[in-house]
Design a protein. Sequence first.
Lengths: 212, 475
Amino acid sequence: MKAFSQHQGIVMPLDRANVDTDMIIPKQFLKSIKRSGFGPYLFDELRYKDKGEPDMDCSTRPLNKDFVLNQSLYQGANVLLGRQNFGCGSSREHAPWSLEDFGFRCLIAPSFADIFYNNCFINGMLPIVLDSAIIDELFDKVNATEGFTIAVDLETQKLSLSDGTTIDFEVDAFRKHCLLNGLDDIALTLEDADLISAFESKHKKESPWLFA
Amino acid sequence: MAGKTLYDKLWDQHLVKQSDDGLALIYIDRHFIHEVTSPQAFEGLRIAGRKLWRVGANIATPDHNVPTTTVERSAGLDGIEDPIARIQIKTLDDNCDELGITEYKINDPRQGIVHVVGPEQGATLPGMTIVCGDSHTSTHGALGALAQGIGTSEVEHVLATQCLRARKMKNMLVRIDGALRRGVTAKDLVLAVIGKIGTAGGTGYAIEFGGDAIAALSIEGRMTVCNMAIEAGARAGMIAVDQKTIDYCHGRTMAPTGAEWDTAVIAWRDLVSDDDAVFDEIVALQAEDIAPQVTWGSSPEMVASITDRVPEPAAEKDATRRNSLERALTYMGLKGGQPIKNIPLDKVFIGSCTNSRIEDLRAAAEVVQGQKVSDSIKLAMVVPGSGLVQKQAEAEGLHQIFIDAGFEWREPGCSMCLAMNADKLEEGEHCASTSNRNFEGRQGFGGRSHLVSPAMAAAAAIAGRFVDVREMGEG
Ligand code: SF4
């Protein structure tokens, strides 16, 4: 996993609640057996006017100019500001893969769906939960200021806004440790292989039918 | 000390390691695998040179991408027209063959939607921890199991370690007291719950469904309820074990037998929340208040009773909510205040891991019997959840009832639930669907999905619009 300590960039406001993972990356792109290359199809149905298909060359596709991702103000944005229940729906990890591939490594919202939230951390991305009132304020600021940026510092758990203010955020200590050091979950778990084996033997003795 | 909830018990029984910061390692008894979320996990395992922890824990079947027409299915893997889908399914076959994982391949009679197949084979048992790279894994909780969806990296983690890294969720009890009225089903019940608590209402919780109305449901009905726990934001939904659960498991291929069965049953009987267990949150609904439900928007919480109207955005005070209302109505091509019964329909889909089991097909067939699909419906299809459901339905003659009425009778798979194969909606088409998600584009680019029960979908196919199944006479 790629380490994450600091990240800075233009904020793209996505002002809608319940952004689901079907919306983030539509199903036709899930046929891929790869982990990368999903960026061009991020928000495909909102972003383009035609129907997207896997392996399509997106550079010539008609853009939906109304969608925020296509607006000149937010070109190069790499922090996404969202509304409640971001990432709900399907467990597809293609959703964080496509956001990450596009460049969004930090997402800020009042709440995230559980599976998506977890999938972000595993992929070296930082989802930040802030109070709805603070999110409302952030939307106002981003909408009012061209090129509004946020600098994220994971170590100190601080957001520095381009208007000079700062916001503290919470993050799970273990997730933070993994992100800062780019640690691989599986390697960490395998350090406990003996513990797992011991549990497994006991479990098998008690409930042998689970091992049929 | 307060008693334990069902979730507490399942958690404690599988706890391998608990760290001070609340993070835990949970042992996984069963891992279901399908073609879409697994290729990258197998590849990751291979690249890292890691081995599979316990081969017998894994069971695979292709479902999301398989074609459902008999013609395309008859030639098996090689007959799949979409080359990308074919590669993905072949990749699953290759991975399973290489590692010795049991897989019900494309034309195996046991193949089907993974969440239908698991319980059917007895691969889902009470007391298990179950994961799958699919959010509707919550379905399996209906048998008193702790079942949840995971992402692909976690699939790889489970393949390599047989464990999941997790933090304990909070406990929520959704209690439905009383008895459902005639014509009101498990699907209506769970849609009503989502309508009440919202799609994020269960975020961070494991939901236990309880109360008289849940106890009265069949196991298949309970699966329908737990299936949609994720649509209420909860990663896991579950229901206590009772005699029905035990009877359901008895005699299934992978269920224990003989003395082991007796021991298992004793253990399973304890899989209920203690009387003095404490829930962090309790939501109560009265079953008699629930009418047949129809979703009108692009989120499962945008749901109403069949007798209701589409809401008026102007009446909504909160700006973000008004915004989503307006957006949903625009997408759905509906007007605020429009009666649900006036929504025009183009297609009808009966299937998906929510409602494709034999009882679902029986309920739909009962409504369809002797009737004809309305001329205004372009396509009405029934897609059984598994090869075994299909066989059973054919043995009962249900397929003929559907075919005679003008439905298409298909081969098992996810089909138009997510439209990864050729079964999809065209732009602007309205569909009465027994699936679980009505997100924008879910059933096809620009498609408009309305989630309903199998009986409601069947009735809609006949009438060409939504009708109240309760008014269709005693049946
Ligand atoms: S039927 Fe639909 S919801 Fe169920 S597993 Fe298949 S795609 Fe997912």
